[in-house]
Design a binder for this molecule. Structure first.
Ligand code: ARG
Length: 366
């Protein structure tokens, strides 16, 4: 039996990874958590149903581009098994008219060392998304005797998990920023809720974004579950829709992070990085003024790169400014055409989930 699962951070040499699939993807119906996350001026407001087939095919083509780059470099690529996401779902606590997709895997699976944990997402439409990854988890379990197959405590997602009418339709961008600055989000604290993409792993330290998808109670839960790690809550006051840390604060190698210039890490939270001689560099401007059609994310998916090792990074092919900056920062840049996969939930980092990176759990902030 072999060691299949091992990953402690986002930069050690990548050997095995999961890449999502767009098949059967839905724009989910509005629900308490999601309506707050769709920008008011988005063309997606009030719309739901199957995504147009041509966009699904094009999204899958983009993911195939990524698979090819990875496989050409000897990285083993695993793929999820999509469900019919248009099915209605129910639990004793809620009903929802559909699920969403199995993109992006980064939101659902958190790898810490030899453990892969399915997350405790706050969107009802994502409640059963983990099932797409269960065949892979079973395979890792059969083949790797050390693999820990884990599911975080499942949130109930009753109405008590959300603040209702929290934002009305007319809320301005400024008002949203005030809410973010006050750490006042749509989820309540009745149970731990978190998306895996809010967790940035750095060996002994886990930096977790407090925002629309991850609450305070989750931080407390993490610290008790991983007593030997240091859990840091981070927040980025400049982000009106704080969801997922990987278009905001992205490590490239030990000692170097790029930070979204509109979403700066507050001074007091920078201290730990500065005290350990880490450099926080402002990310380059995105090459686009608008995200592609039917996309939830912002143009800052430009910085959502996939680091293959501390000297090599995959950057989206049209993001020329980000590529140039990476090059100046001493990285070898591999461009990958992926923009038409953005509408399915994210960029290069989002579209993947770590299975194996060489290396051990180090203390970068002693
Ligand atoms: N909130 C980010 C933005 O729009 C998108 C993050 C996507 N990341 C992910 N893992 N799905 O800038």
């Amino acid at each position: 039996m072999a060691k299949i699962v091992n990953s402690w951070n986002d930069w050690d040499p990548l050997k095995r990874v999961i890449v999502g699939r767009c098949d059967n993807s839905m724009i989910p119906p509005e629900e308490p958590a999601t309506s707050e996350k769709v920008p008011v001026d988005s063309e997606m407001r009030g719309m739901w149903g199957l995504r147009p087939l041509a966009t699904v095919e094009r999204g899958n083509e983009c993911l195939e581009n990524l698979v090819k780059i990875l496989e050409d470099r000897g990285v083993v690529v695993d793929r999820p098994t999509p469900l019919q996401w248009n099915q209605a779902i129910g639990t004793p606590d809620f009903r929802n008219d559909s699920m969403m997709t199995c993109m992006p895997p980064r939101d659902i699976l958190l790898t810490v060392g030899n453990e892969i944990m399915a997350s405790a997402n706050s969107f009802r439409c994502r409640y059963f998304e983990y099932l797409a990854y269960w065949p892979l988890m079973k395979q890792y379990f059969d083949e790797d005797p050390d693999f820990l197959w884990t599911q975080a405590p499942r949130p109930r997602l009753t109405d008590a998990s959300y603040k209702h009418n929290y934002y009305d339709e007319k809320i301005t961008l400024e008002e949203r920023l005030v809410r973010t600055a006050n750490k006042d989000f749509v989820t309540t604290e009745v149970e731990p809720m978190w998306d895996a993409a809010d967790v940035m792993r750095m060996g002994k330290d886990l930096f977790i974004q407090h925002g629309l998808t991850t609450n305070r109670t989750a931080m407390d839960w993490f610290q008790r579950y991983y007593p030997e790690y240091r859990v840091h809550a981070v927040n980025f006051p400049g982000d009106p829709y704080p969801i997922h840390i990987d278009a905001t604060f992205v490590p490239l190698r030990p000692g170097l992070i790029i930070n979204n210039p509109h979403r700066k890490l507050p001074e007091e939270q920078r201290a730990i990085f500065e005290a350990n001689d880490w450099q926080i560099v402002e990310a380059a401007q995105p090459a686009h003024d608008e995200p592609p059609a039917l996309c939830y994310s912002s143009v800052w998916l430009s910085m959502n790169c996939l680091v293959l090792d501390p000297k090599t990074v995959i950057v989206e092919a049209s993001e020329v400014h980000q590529q140039e900056q990476m090059d100046k920062l001493g990285m070898n840049v591999i461009p990958c055409d992926l923009r038409d996969a953005y509408p399915f939930g994210g960029g290069l980092h989002c579209s993947t989930a770590d299975v194996y990176r060489e290396g051990d759990c180090l203390d970068y902030f002693p």
